[in-house]
Write a protein that binds this ligand. Structure first.
Ligand code: PGA
Length: 356
């Protein structure tokens, strides 16, 4: 089978790989983990993985389990640190990340229980600070995280580092953003059941990892991904701090990449071929942006919105606008249920029958 098409998106502040689908991203990351674990095992050394929960990494864990079962990938020397856990939440609770990690991954590979680390959702308030300091110490004692796996929340969080999380933050207790709680509501059978707090590794704890893979799939991630990879790093979107990491990469499916400039307005990041589809995409976007009808667009609208190449090739503006307008008009179906086939109304034929 030929390799699936993939390429790095231009105009991003962090390497962002566009893949044909989430399965390709899972295979990509699993392959990197597989290579490292085998090399470390051969050298008799441990591999330290930073792990994430949520819907995003499920496919990756399945692929790692497959590698374990079919290709004898040995996890006996792997040490793991999970990003976060709800607070308060008993370990056996169906929603706890402790339970989720065991059911989704740990129970299916030969990892040693003593090598698994997950923030503890059962801590009493006066135990939390010491636990967090000890969690950081354990990461350092293990040699630091070799590969960190991340998802991204709609708030732009990594781990549970909600907007406002400082770049130098470490493992700590945080209050969850209302958007994050709303996103978790379905799993908890109602927003009111989602805990308000959590323990999370900090931004700095994540930035210390030697390699970082952030995976994002689906259109609901498109806006936060675009902010994280195109806007300057800021506390408003904690994933944006990964721009300053020396070896971080975003792995995106087409839906998660849909709002990036390279996909949405490719003419802004380099020369494009003005195919009819591209012209339509650009002119409809321009019309919505300047809030004018297609036939009202003028040359200045095109020039002021990076569309001078289009204007030069296909202009003037009135001609392009008119062509796209007619093209769109032709797609309107005035009789969505189909035209009436018989000319005479049905009662006229009935009347004929009764009179004969
Ligand atoms: P998700 O969550 O993988 O369930 O989308 C990601 C996150 O909140 O970090």
């Amino acid at each position: 089978m030929p390799p699936a098409p993939q390429h790095f998106l231009p105009h991003t502040r962090v390497p962002s790989l566009l893949l044909p689908n989430s399965a390709a991203a899972n295979r990509f990351v699993a392959r990197e983990i597989d290579k490292l674990v085998r090399a470390r095992n051969a050298a008799g050394k441990p591999t330290v993985l930073g792990l994430a929960t949520g819907s995003t990494p499920v496919g990756l864990y399945r692929e790692l389990i497959r590698l374990h079962e079919d290709e004898k990938l040995d996890f006996s020397k792997v040490i793991t640190f999970n990003l976060d856990e709800y607070l308060p939440l008993p370990k056996e609770d169906p929603h706890s990340y402790f339970r989720w990690m065991h059911e989704t991954f740990f129970n299916h590979v030969n990892i040693k229980w003593e090598n698994i680390h997950i923030p503890d959702g059962t801590l009493k308030p006066d135990e939390i600070e010491d636990f967090c300091i000890e969690y950081e110490r354990k990461i350092r004692a293990a040699g630091g995280i070799d590969i960190q796996i991340l998802g991204i929340g709609r708030t732009g969080h990594i781990g549970f580092n909600e907007p406002g999380s400082p770049k130098n933050s470490r493992t700590r207790m945080i209050t969850l953003d209302s958007i994050t709680r709303r996103d978790a509501a379905a799993g908890f059978f109602g927003e009111e059941n989602v805990p308000n707090q959590a323990i999370t590794m900090g931004v700095a704890s994540i930035m210390d990892a030697r390699r970082v893979f952030l995976m994002a799939f689906g259109e609901h991630k498109a806006h936060c991904v675009t902010k994280a990879i195109e806007l300057p790093p800021s506390e408003a979107v904690s994933a944006s701090f990964l721009q300053e990491h020396p070896d971080a990469i975003f792995l995106l499916d087409p839906a998660a990449a849909a709002e990036t400039t390279a996909i949405k307005r490719p003419w802004e990041v380099g020369p494009v071929e003005w195919t009819p589809e591209r012209v339509r995409q650009a002119v409809v976007w321009l019309s919505l942006t300047v809030r004018k009808g297609l036939q009202k667009l003028n040359d200045d609208d095109f020039r002021e919105h990076h569309l001078y190449e289009l204007l030069r090739e296909k202009g003037p503006a009135e001609k392009i606008g008119e062509e796209v307008f007619l093209d769109r008009l032709a797609t309107i179906q005035p009789y969505p249920a189909g035209r009436l086939l018989c000319r005479k109304p049905f009662w006229s034929s009935r009347r004929t029958r009764t009179t004969t």
